[in-house]
Design a protein around this ligand. Structure first.
Ligand SMILES: Cc1cc2nc3c(=O)[nH]c(=O)nc-3n(C[C@H](O)[C@H](O)[C@H](O)COP(=O)(O)OP(=O)(O)OC[C@H]3O[C@@H](n4cnc5c(N)ncnc54)[C@H](O)[C@@H]3O)c2cc1C
Length: 364
């Protein structure tokens, strides 16, 4: 292992809402840019793999307009953003992030992906090694804020390799026209599945598959109230080190405009999950085959923490046990935008908490 020449007291990985929140609070507590003042007592730097500001928002499908969102919390120190409800969120939110970055002048390096975080051979200094695409850095603590966008959840299904049609995950959905006149299986019981079902059923014959019978709840999603109960449940799982399910698995589905429109069109007819994929379609539990041209997996995402593998954080349950935002037993590593903080409001809170905990627990 080569000695890393560059050092930052704290390294933030990812500049979505969670990473920006952490960076904002580091700056607020007097940490300075490791790029501009590397000899300062307390320094930090943010590495972000994207080419431009906006975190995962910049990659979301065009029809995910601002009006379709549950609500976006303002980045720390700013007011709630006033975004045009009709504008695609992939344009509106990144523009807001870019404005924030320009005003705060946080030390963000991009595009710069982190390939791994490792324990230093010489543990005496209590440092971690952060391997970026362009060399190694040493650090006393890592705040990981890498989101989920790059790790879509696609079930491993028997027969998948034989399918002759188009198979894609929601993250790769771009144009409604691609499905015109087709027969499309849409898999998933979350908000994105409902939105895409509503949309695609306007131009195609859709078949909606979910593993469990979806539970719809009346009313609107209120991040501060509905959110609080959900956070308590997800936190309990995170503290126990259990893998975190999708948010809808904790909240139930909101009976929103998309659900109503799909229902009115007769598209909200849930079918129990198929059992096998065939070359020309999907085989249901009774043995019959439903021919389809495309299978769209709206099956969510998992935390993108592949670069943390050398730290052996994942337990035998497949989860990572947390205390607050810190990894249980490894107070130098915080996971934010993870588990209970997988929302814009959660990301804000987690960024603030991670910084406060690091300053307190590691005396940074
Ligand atoms: C379809 C969809 C709709 C949503 N709607 C809402 C909503 O209405 N309201 C709400 O509050 N939340 C919503 N969320 C959740 C919300 O977007 C996120 O929880 C929130 O934005 C926090 O994002 P983040 O910072 O954790 O991750 P991201 O925005 O994904 O940012 C992660 C950043 O890390 C970078 N990165 C990843 N890996 C590396 C690496 N190895 N090295 C360096 N950089 C890396 C990425 O390039 C990216 O810029 C939605 C999520 C989805 C998928």
């Amino acid at each position: 292992m080569t000695a890393a020449s560059r050092f930052a007291t704290v390294i933030v990985i990812g500049a979505g809402q969670a990473g920006l929140s952490a960076a904002f609070h580091l700056a607020h507590r007097g940490f300075v840019s490791a790029l501009e003042d590397p000899r300062a007592e307390r320094t930090f730097v943010v590495f972000d793999a994207n080419d431009s500001p906006g975190g995962a928002w910049q990659h979301r499908w065009a029809s995910l307009a601002v009006a379709k969102l549950n609500g976006i919390f303002g980045l720390p120190g700013t007011r709630q953003p006033e975004l045009d409800p009709a504008e695609p969120s992939r344009d509106a939110v990144p523009r807001y992030f870019a404005d924030f970055e320009q005003k705060t002048r946080l030390p963000i390096v991009r595009p710069m992906s982190v390939e791994s975080v490792e324990y230093a051979d010489d543990e005496e200094d209590g440092e971690l090694l952060v391997q970026t695409r362009e060399g190694m850095w040493r650090t006393r603590a890592v705040i990981n804020a890498t989101g989920t966008w790059n790790t879509p959840r696609i079930p491993d299904f028997p027969g998948a390799g034989s399918f002759g049609g188009r198979m894609l995950h929601a993250r790769d959905y771009t144009r409604l026209e691609d499905f015109a006149g087709q027969r499309v299986a849409i898999v998933g019981g979350g908000i994105s599945a409902i939105q895409l079902l509503e949309e695609i059923s306007r131009v195609a014959e859709t078949f909606w598959y979910t593993r469990r019978e979806p539970t719809f709840i009346e009313g609107h999603f209120q991040p501060e109230t509905t959110g609080r109960e959900t956070i308590a449940k997800v936190t309990a799982d995170a503290e126990a080190g259990r893998p975190i399910g999708s948010i809808v698995s904790y909240t139930g589905l909101i009976w929103n405009e998309d659900a109503r429109a799909a229902h009115d069109r007769g598209a909200l007819e849930r079918r129990p999950m198929f059992v096998r994929i065939e070359p020309n379609g999907v085989r249901e539990a009774d043995g019959s085959v439903v021919p389809v041209d495309a299978i769209l997996w709206a099956t969510g995402f998992r935390a993108d923490i592949r670069h943390l593998e050398p730290l052996f954080l994942v337990n035998e349950l497949g989860g990572v046990a947390l205390r607050g935002t810190a990894v249980f037993g490894e107070p130098r590593v915080h996971l934010i935008g993870f588990g209970p903080s997988q929302s814009t409001v959660g990301a804000n809170r987690a960024g603030r908490e991670a910084v406060a905990d690091l300053v307190r627990d590691l005396s940074l």
